[in-house]
Design a protein around this ligand. Sequence first.
Ligand code: PLP
Length: 359
Amino acid sequence: MPRATVARIDLDALKHNYRLAQAKAKAGTAQAMAVVKADGYGHGIRAVAQALADDAGKFAVACVEEALEIRAAGLSQSVVMLQGVHSREDVDLCRQQCFEPVLHNNLQLEWLAASRAPRYWLKVNTGMNRLGFRPEDLPAVMENLERVERRAELQGFVTHFACADDTASTMTQQQTRIFEQATGAWPSLMRSVGNSAAHFLPEQPLYDWSRPGIMLYGASPMIGKTGAELGLEPVMTLEAPLITTRVVRPGESIGYGSTWVADTETRMGMVAIGYGDGYPRHAGTGTPAAVRGQRIGLLGRVSMDMLAVDLTAVPEAQEGDMVELWGKTVSVDEVAGCAGTIGYELLTGVTARVPRDCR
Ligand SMILES: *Cc1c(COP(=O)(O)O)cnc(C)c1O
């Protein structure tokens, strides 16, 4: 029998979340492309893309391998490649497969000029300072594209916000102003802004295509707000079985380093999941989990293949019960907070040892 540890994927919740993103985008004039990079944020890119195929007009991924996964899933939507291309050959592949790379440097433009062009986008650096052309360099870039006869395939301009998760920051407004000024000279071309967080900023324009990622999976993109408060439903429930229960006596410790020591008799359980499954090792004593619908807490250090929980609050819990590590009762954001990270990292970090069960 296989180990019961599993990541359950609720595709109805995924669709609900996508429709919320689409409704927010459409409140302006935008459509939402579904961002499914990093194996659909750890949920399984094929299943996620198939579930959204009737609703999403475009998908977005980081790299060509992910774009090919969407084709392997039997889907024909255009796929935006957010990191552009990594070789000249990739440009040909993009054209053949209807992938739309977001080109961000001169080398990529040289490859474009040397190939039959696919549809593509240009990345504008408005302040994130990871990728993209500076606004003041755009006129020259556009002239050059004209000269090498690659203007016809250009779809439009992309930029990415650095601080949209923080409503106290003025950075997003500043980036928006810079983006409008930079691209205003070409009103016939499309514009794409908006990670998930931007969908929750009331005054934020999303132009033609927004790019929601994390919100599709039900985790919160906003500082200080839960997914539930934003109307999102968790998509992944990470579960593992209780494989033993026991009472530890005062003075006894549990696990590596003996970091947790009982001060009273404590009924505890061992759960068959650990950092080898992507559960964060930095989640310490007290990190929430749930069994039989009730919240419990971790005890001591997370091991590679198992972790300990305190069953004091749920005396009826027994071996074979499934423990929720995150999902509908305990949000992934809460666990991430306890581990000093963000929901994105936990969701994308669930390892291949954990089967995904989609329904
Ligand atoms: C990952 C990514 C997104 C989606 O961001 P979320 O915060 O997950 O919504 C959008 N745009 C770009 C360029 C990205 O890299």
